[in-house]
Each structure stands twice: as C-alpha cells, then as structure tokens.
Design a protein around this ligand. Structure first.
Ligand SMILES: [Fe+2]
Length: 361
C-alpha cells in the first residue's frame, strides 16, 4: 500500500477538534485527530499548507472490496428495541419473542448482505466500533448476538440453524433480569450468597422462556452459556462436546464482550488484549470455536495505521493468521513524528518488545 500526504482545504479547520491527523509540508505531525484547535492554532493552520495521511487504497481491502461495517444506526435501533421489549418483564410472551425474531432477521440480513467476504468466505468484524456505548445488559445482548452470528457463520451455520443460534445469543442473559441490580453492579467482591444468586441466571433465563414455543435448542443455549470445555462451568458442569455447540459459541462471544466493556470493578481491556486473554484460556473453550472466533476478528486489518508502544506510527502490511495481534508493520513516522521516506519494517512476531498501542485512524 502506498501512504501519501494529501493537502487539506483551510475550511476544515473551522471545526473545534482536528477531524484527522494534521501534518506540515515536511510530514511533521502538528495535531492528532481529536485534539483541540485553539484560535491561535487555527490562525496558523489557515495560513499554512496542512496535510493529512491517506492510503491510496483507503477503505478498500486487499481484494479490492469496499470495507463495510455493521450499520451504527441499525445497531442503536436494535439496542433500543431490545431494551423496550425486555427491560421490565417477568414471563416472556409470544409477542416479545416475535418482536425479537424481527431483530434477529435484521442482524442476520445486515451480516449476510453488507459485510465483506475475504479469505475463503470468512467474515470479519471490527468490534471496536461496537464498543462506543456504556455497558448494560441490552448492549451486551446485542453485541453477543452479532459476534456469535459471525463466529457461527465461520463454522458453517446457515438458515434456521443460524437463526436459533442468534436468538439464543440475544436472549442468553435474560435471566439477569431476576438478579437484583445491587448485586449485578456491585463494585467489590461478591459474597458467596450473591455468587449463588448470579450463577442462577442461566436457569432463570431458561425458565422464563419455558412457556414460549421457542426451540429447545434456544433454551439450551441460554441454560448452557456458562458451561466450560473443561467441565468447570455452571450450572450443570458439562464438559467437551456434551455442551451444545451453540452455547460454546455464545460463551466465547460473551467472555470477549465482557472483557472489552467497563465493569464496576475494572476498566475495559483493549480488543487485542482481550483476544490474547481468550487465547490463553485454552481449557475453557473448544479449540475449533476459538479458531473461528479468532478468524472473525480483524483487529488491525491490512492497511490500518497503528501507533506502536514506542510512539512510532506505521501501517499494517500483513497479518499472521494465528497471531492477529502481531502483524508486520511498515513504519511511516518515527517516534518524534518525523515522516520516514525510507522503508522500515517491524515484524511484531519477532520484535517481542514492540506491541500495538492503538489504531491511529
Ligand atoms: Fe451470562
């Protein structure tokens, strides 16, 4: 990929915050995206030639397909709808189920129709864009439904099987409605009694859905989403392939989304860190599901600008299949913000003291 500096029109600097990273004619970084443009800086910017960094294949992946993401408006609509269906509920009615089915169709349609296909039909997602909202049960339900659907597609789920999976995923924590908020949001350690109450939510969820005509597969997904491959999960302590595959998929999506969300007792982990944590939890998850999950995430797609822990800025040129957090990066700016006109590559697979601090754009 060719990275070039593109001149910006002065009108852009009327905004309060820098809309993109801004550079001078020699490639020196003047302001990073999101920094405040004070009146003094604005005056200077308007009088100078100001550039931003673009790639010649911006927003296009290596196969030339336009990069698409889950529609933000649709995502917010679905979160709002799921909240209004379930926020104040006891027994689940068939009307609530029918309304939820409509949302599931919207999620599957969006994923089937809009997201890009690369690398032998695997579907990838940038979940960072889905983490911009405060954590709550309903945001979590929608995130887990989206991620589970993508993982399941990677495992060959289609049609009714995919719908059941997505339905189980969006309803997986419905039993938490029965857990008092003081326990759910408690910042400190839970007492033994509180833990017992929390650990009942998969059974409570299954009970709430008993009077509906939902498939037993969906009810089982809800009941078994805290089971672990090793047998250390709950409520039934099942292990290995005795756990419904749908529940295994939902379990990994659930843990990932929980790790990347702020909790009362800790801050959210960045996505790459959460992925690395999950990769170390080998005994908890089916390796086949872990592989499908890892393939679903595209933390740093090719051509993404990233900031390294050293302060250097580079562009991702290749991503190892098994270690998506350690790509090959071509440096574009040194740690002082100086534009590099010679080609320097950092292979994060070999340079273990380097890591990606954040995507730059
Ligand atoms: Fe749960």
């Amino acid at each position: 990929m060719n990275v070039v500096l593109e001149k910006l029109p002065p009108g852009l600097f009327l905004q309060k915050l820098a809309p993109v990273d801004l550079f001078d004619t020699s490639g020196l970084l003047l302001l990073t995206r999101g920094q405040l443009i004070t009146d003094r800086i604005r005056e200077r910017l308007v009088r100078s030639e100001v550039y931003t960094l673009i790639s010649e294949k911006d927003h296009v992946n290596s196969s030339g397909t336009e990069l698409k993401t889950f529609s933000r408006d649709l995502y917010l609509d679905i979160v709002g709808s799921i909240w209004s269906i379930y926020h104040d509920t006891g027994l689940i009615t068939s009307e609530q189920i029918a309304q939820t089915m409509v949302l599931i169709e919207l999620i599957i349609e969006e994923i089937n129709g809009k997201w890009m296909y690369i690398d032998n039909d695997s579907l990838r997602v940038d979940l960072a864009s889905l983490k911009e909202h405060d954590y709550c049960t309903f945001v979590h339900a929608v995130n887990v439904a989206i991620l589970s659907t993508i993982i399941a597609r990677g495992l060959g789920y289609r049609g009714q099987r995919l719908r059941y999976l997505a339905m189980g995923a969006i309803l997986h924590d419905i039993g938490k409605i029965k857990v008092p908020c003081e326990i759910l949001n408690k910042p400190g350690l839970l007492s033994e009694k509180e833990l017992i109450i929390i650990k009942r939510h998969p059974i409570e969820g299954e009970k709430m859905l008993h009077n509906t005509d939902l498939s037993p597969i969906i009810l089982n997904s809800v009941r078994l989403h805290h089971e672990r491959w090793s047998g250390d999960g709950y409520p039934d302590g099942l292990s290995g392939s005795r756990i419904l595959l749908d529940a295994q998929i939902i379990a990994i999506a659930d843990v990932y989304d929980a790790l990347t969300a702020d909790r009362p007792y800790r801050k959210a982990l960045p996505p790459y860190h959460a992925l690395e944590v999950i990769l170390t939890m080998e005994k908890d998850f089916n390796p086949i599901v872990v592989t499908a999950f890892r393939n679903s995430l595209n933390l740093y797609p090719k051509d993404t600008l990233v900031t390294l822990n050293t302060g250097e800025i580079g562009v991702v040129v290749a991503v190892p299949t098994n270690f998506p957090t350690r790509p090959l990066v071509r440096l574009v700016f040194d740690c002082n913000g100086q534009y590099l006109d010679k080609e320097i590559y950092i292979d994060l697979m070999n340079e273990l003291t380097y890591f990606i601090k954040s995507p730059s754009v």
